[in-house]
Design a protein around this ligand. Sequence first.
Ligand code: ARG
Length: 604
Amino acid sequence: MERVKANFKASLELALPGQEILLERPKGADMGDFAFPCFRAAKALGKNPAQIAQELAASLQIEGAEILATGPYLNLKLHPQVRARLLLEAVLGPVPFGSAPAHAETVLVEYSSPNIAKLFTIGHLRSTMIGHTLAQVNRYLGCQVQRLNHLGDWGTQFGTLLAAYKRWAEQQNPRLDQDFEWSEETAEKHRTPLFRLFQLYVRFHQEEESQPEMRDEARSWFKRLEGGDAEARRLWTWFRQVSLAEFQRIYDRLGVAFDAMDGEAFYEDKLNSAIEQMRNAGILEEGEGGAQIVRLEDMGIQTPSIMLKADGTSIYATRDLAAALYRQKTYGFDRCLYVVGSDQVLHFQQLFAVLAKLDPWFKGRLTHTPFGMIKLPEGKMSTRKGNVVFLEDVLDEAVTRVLAVIEEKNPELPHKEAVAEMLGMGAVVFFDAMNDRVKPITFTWDRVIALDGDTGPYVQYAHARILSVLRKAGATWVDKARPTATPDAAIVPYSCEAIPPSLLGLEDPAAQTLLFELAGLPDAIRSVQRENMATALARQLVAIAKAFSGFYTNCPILWAENSPEVRDSRLLLCVATARALRQGLFLMGIKAPEEMWWENWWQT
Ligand code: ARG
């Protein structure tokens, strides 16, 4: 496929010397496989685009393809046989479909980064799964990827927590893991130490509204923590452990992992040298009230970046600055992606500007990939106020809903719970990816856990259905669709398949449409890397699943016109589709079960 594309491009370059040749993907299989929009060339040559397309169509020839002018576009349309062969070779061949060979570019992806002593909410899912997908895709495309978790384990909120713990918890419940007088509906479910901590935090903020003197209490505890006070440190370490254990459980459930978990506290002993570096560069100034600031007006940012508060203490931004310098030293990266909510746009603009002033090396290497916040129908979620939706509740509810469907439609299904977990996860994670990364999402249970329509379970269903066809065809067919080893890194390894010399039975338009949609997967994967969002991949997987359903309806597979050749080519197309879907889902962190439910279709 890539060869044909390169050929087409080279011929166009010959025919249009000096013009930049950018090929697009046509809307559908009937329009062809590659399109060349003639607008720019027409402008340069002073002709009209349709005329150029006509002239090129008359003069160019590519083996195995037709060259057609469609209005202002020049389309290359492969012969059905050629298209089938090229695609099957690409998907079933030795090189993972749409991947790129390893190269030296180092990409850091920083994601998830939750705050210690707060629970994972549905909001954290976005950073976690978008980040996971970006890491997977960049790896698939050959980059050296480091997955970083910038844990929020430092800052004034720990003063709040220490104060709250000392006030209410220490006496009654020094370990925080037994029953506690708090009783809320959710408390019943989340009897974890972390949940207790979270409740303490919420309670402190509620009571401090009417007793502002409590704020001093929190402040003084943070001072003790910063000053290295033994008790404060001991409790902080413990809060951190309790939180990490809980986060790890969720990461395991989501199948997400990190190469480094250096949180904000990790940079505490690196702050002085960062400040020193800024001072030496002459960019640190005294601002209003005695704070140390960096002015950024010359970079188009009106708000200066505060680096040290008047009392000399560091803030969130100081630690981010030290983190970037540390990463420069440690990884010498080419790109660093910060997958963090859109409420921190200004923070990252300032951070990147300060870094660029400090060392031009940083210019162009740092990207904030903001995502829209998840809102509740009644408004913004707020951990402080306690009106949040916990990620685990959402996952549990999704699994429960899926189990109900399984009980109704396929109660005999083996490993029901495991399948329900995969589908429930698939629903929630895929829903997130289908949304434009930047737009805010309003959370409602039915939207987030939809099973029908353009959803994860729909794609998973297509995959399971293909596996069912392959099971009917015999064990060797199933094996062809199965990975040869446990998937590592970003790649699901399969052994390559020999493509028979005659590929009959794939000329049908429905089969051609499926081939066309499969061909779109590599572009979709590259677009995830380019746009730093998973939407294109999710959409392409839905398109493939839909095209499979059309193929399945229109082209008999197992009883194909009594022709073993037709049957085998169609089965190979099934194998290719299953592999592509599985790989695509895998890049998004979603598993593909081999069995699901369906309406007894095999008996009819
Ligand atoms: N812990 C922060 C939060 O939950 C996110 C950290 C983002 N990363 C960073 N380098 N500042 O809001």
